[in-house]
Design a protein around this ligand. Structure first.
Ligand code: ZN
Ligand code: ZN
Length: 207
């Protein structure tokens, strides 16, 4: 059984939404906006969807959660420490000059209460990596790490967003550098890349 990863980039803030599947089962990560684009590009109708999980709950990552959750009647999982942020999507959209309204999703279960996400017997591991937000997590499967906005190819850190904490960020980044060297990093924005020595050294200069 093979794990397949698909990606679609959506919305004004160009968020990467991912689908991790194994045969008929799949998990959705960070459906940020553009419900119909996500459904058609990732062929959601073809899967037995297990749920939606978010790396964090910034306004650019949660825009399509509520609608997809309702359409497919599937649960939404988030780290408990990002609960409040998930209710503030529209507030922050307005702050950055955007008029679109996104529906606040109901959180069915907290990621911190789960040992892992099951995908046909495979384990998608959940790592709490606070710093970009308090409840930020990374998902690990098969030498792939889904980092949200923790680690982007171009600029590792998006400043001035609610929930950011530089000290926690540094701890979480060092944890990632130590544990995930050689992994394919699938970030919340921009292209995927291998976390090799060169990229680690570049990131360390920016901390
Ligand atoms: Zn973010
Ligand atoms: Zn983002």
């Amino acid at each position: 059984m093979k794990i397949i990863i698909k990606k679609v980039t959506v919305g004004k803030w160009k968020v990467n939404c991912y689908l991790i599947s194994c045969e008929n089962e799949a998990w959705i990560i960070d459906p940020g906006d553009d419900v119909e684009t996500i459904i058609s590009s990732l062929n959601l109708d073809n899967y037995d969807l297990k749920g939606i999980v978010n790396t964090h709950s910034h306004f650019d990552h949660i825009g399509a959660v509520a609608e997809i959750k309702e359409r497919y009647n599937i649960p939404f999982f988030l780290h408990s420490k990002d609960k409040r942020l998930a209710t503030q999507g529209n507030l922050y959209r307005r702050m950055v000059g955007d008029e679109t309204i996104c529906k606040t999703p109901i959180i069915d279960e907290y990621l911190d209460d789960l040992p892992f996400l099951d995908l046909k017997g495979y384990e998608i591991l959940i790592h709490h990596t606070p710093g970009h937000t308090n409840g930020g997590v990374c998902f690990e499967i098969n030498n792939n790490l889904f980092t949200g906005d923790m680690l982007l190819k171009s600029n590792r850190f998006i400043p001035n967003l609610p929930g950011a904490n530089n000290e926690l960020m540094e701890l979480s980044l060092n944890f990632i550098f130590e544990k995930f060297k050689g992994f394919l990093i699938n970030p919340g924005h921009g292209k995927s890349f291998i976390l090799d020595n060169d990229s680690i050294n570049k990131f360390k200069l920016m901390i």
